[in-house]
Design a binder for this molecule. Sequence first.
Ligand SMILES: NC(=O)c1ccc[n+]([C@@H]2O[C@H](COP(=O)([O-])OP(=O)(O)OC[C@H]3O[C@@H](n4cnc5c(N)ncnc54)[C@H](O)[C@@H]3O)[C@@H](O)[C@H]2O)c1
Ligand SMILES: CCCCC=O
Length: 448
Amino acid sequence: DKKEVDLAVQSAKAAFKIWRKKSGMERSRILLEAARIIRERKDEIATVETINNGKSVFEARLDIDTSWQCLEYYAGLAASMGGEHVQLPGGSFGYTRREPLGVCVGIGAWNYPFQIASWKSAPALACGNAMVFKPSPFTPVSTLLLAEIYTEAGVPPGLFNVVQGGAATGQFLCQHRDVAKVSFTGSVPTGKKIMELASKGVKPVTLELGGKSPLIIFSDCDIENAVRGAMMANFLTQGEVCCNGTRVFVQREILDKFTEEVVKQTKKIKIGDPLEEDTRMGPLINRSHLQHVLGFIEQAKNEGAKVLCGGDLCVPEDPKLKDGYYMTPCVLGNCKDGMTCVKEEIFGPVMSILSFDTEAEVLERANDTNFGLAAGVFTRDIQRAHRVVAELQAGVCYINNYNVSPVELPFGGYKMSGFGRENGRVTIEYYSQLKTICVEMGDVESVF
Ligand SMILES: NC(=O)c1ccc[n+]([C@@H]2O[C@H](COP(=O)([O-])OP(=O)(O)OC[C@H]3O[C@@H](n4cnc5c(N)ncnc54)[C@H](O)[C@@H]3O)[C@@H](O)[C@H]2O)c1
Ligand SMILES: CCCCC=O
């Protein structure tokens, strides 16, 4: 509630006073220690994340990898953040200092709980800020491990606080007068509300929102790789991935061959207990989301799409999984641009295949959306690859791959998929502010 949110913010504020005085090297050392602990406890954290979210433990380990890598990356940058020195006439000069913002708020979605908390807190802490983080109420657990690890690594108590709750808790955080910035990952409708709340206090926001990204497959591609890319673009974390390339545009000459192979591979995905080593797809996040995703498939059928595989409720053989929120991954053929399954974010394991003839046509259709998070292109023609990505209206573009997220590269959207970035050097700018200092070395020349 409001009182607990205030306690968390006040304790973060007290920790900020200590942390902001530390040198970049000192902050770096503590972040590196936290990264080391995460690496050491990787399997345990991944297991907790699987129980938290339902994704396969195999995948959860990859999330934990990009988490410690993010801490290491910003630890590497912490000591080299600085301003510039500018010579002015008469020996005077100016300089800039890059300073932290204060107490930042992180609000996370349920699909990548530990990773989202790491991607927000690592640059925030590296820049000298404190953070109060609110995970989704559907996945409250793993973020607490991150808080424990930061404490064990040596951050001042309260520097990274976790508060639990839903929309109301998030609202208290966004409105709190001692909060300097809000970084949000979640849906477009919630992102709009957060921007509105933050605007009342003129607080900067980073918005990492949803998407309906295009994946364009030209007939000159390496088909095996394109099929693997399409699987990566659609079926990680049960399809509950913001940047998924769910509109798969395939050039007509290879449509049948590509479709046949992608359906074959999709049918092979092992669904089941996500804690088992060979499982590649676990249950969706909850029953209402499962019904929501199945509803999209029903509507797609009514609008003329053809279910080529999957799209059904799935009850795994293991009796202990009988009440799980499982479904079979679905490939939809005969999709058209105006269909709901092609226009709206489904956030489940549903791939829509569309055919196209020319580059100009597919670019026009790929960009015809309010979203702009990611996009991909498969082709062996290097000039076409770069020409196409230059025209795609998306913050993250992949050439001949999809859904790889190296922490060295910025991640974030165009259009209604949000603004601001996570990861990469540029994110320092979103967690710091620049102070200009103007130094007079002579006498004051007054105009009065
Ligand atoms: N761009 C990205 O990096 C990225 C990453 C992951 C997920 N997403 C998006 O997240 C969405 C799925 O996640 P979700 O269902 O958890 O999203 P959501 O918008 O429902 O909730 C996200 C978070 O916001 C909180 N919240 C809800 N209402 C709020 C309010 N009025 N004020 C403050 N906080 C509030 C929730 O409790 C939760 O912690 C999808 O649209 C997906 O594309 C984006
Ligand atoms: C692939 C990691 C992106 C997180 C978005 O849901």
